[in-house]
Write a new protein. Structure first.
Length: 238
């Protein structure tokens, strides 16, 4: 992404990266079944989010410093700043994947036989058959589809709101950094609450909070209001 020089190529590479990222989350979430028990799954998931938020601040701060060198000091070019930012992020992800590859042991899996792709689609078809009789799982999947799409829409559009209110590139990066930091304690709190409060009630709170955030964003006119949005937007993701 850092080396693309035309918007069309950047769009294609971004779509590929986004698709690969979303597919990785499917596998990542499925690992919960192998690393913890069903009773602790909510808390372990919340902790994973929390430490992911705070851990990502390290390359994020490095990238912010690089863009500050470009925007305020002019020490490096915009192209060099983009390449370095993407390279640092890629190396960070790769380096922290190595311990996972070495220590993770998959316990739950479906035997694929000689043709894993064919068996995979066959298993997927059988799941749709099972959903006909399991209405709770069906409604959960439908509602989660709309819920998570709404979450990502708000997160992705937050930077567009900031730009429309006059925030520059360095300011946007700083706002995104703030969201990562404030989301850390929030995820831990939700993990603790999952011990005492049923998951569906916590999800209902998150949905109501995101509804309020959406209404609030629709009436933003000042830059300070955007900073309030940046602090709140990731508080209810778990």
């Amino acid at each position: 992404m850092g080396f693309t020089v035309h918007w069309l190529w950047f769009l294609l590479v971004f779509a590929l990266a986004k698709t690969a990222y979303q597919l990785s989350l499917v596998i990542y979430d499925s690992m919960l079944c192998d690393v913890t028990t069903s009773e602790r799954m909510d808390e372990v998931s919340a902790r994973g989010y929390a430490w992911g938020y705070i851990g990502s601040c390290v390359p994020f701060i490095t990238v912010v410093v690089i863009y500050v060198l470009y925007a305020m000091v002019g020490l490096i070019s915009m192209t060099a700043a983009s390449v370095l930012g993407c390279a640092i992020t890629a190396v960070w992800w790769l380096a922290w994947s190595i311990p996972l590859w070495k220590s993770y042991e998959q316990i739950h899996f479906a035997s694929a036989g000689m043709h894993p792709m064919r068996e995979g689609f066959r298993n997927l078809g059988s799941i749709f058959e099972e959903l006909r009789s399991n209405r709770k799982a069906l409604w959960f999947l439908i509602s989660f589809f709309f819920f998570i799409d709404g979450v990502y829409t708000i997160i992705d559009m937050a930077t567009s709101y900031g730009t429309s209110l006059g925030l520059d590139t360095v300011g946007l990066l700083a706002a995104l950094l703030v969201t990562q930091i404030v989301a850390f304690p929030s995820a831990l709190v939700f993990g603790r609450l999952s011990r005492k409060i049923r998951a569906e009630r916590l999800i209902a709170v998150c949905i109501l909070a995101y509804f309020a955030v959406t209404v609030y964003a629709a009436f933003m006119t000042q830059l300070y209001q955007f900073w309030i949005l940046a602090v709140v937007v990731l508080q209810f993701t778990p």
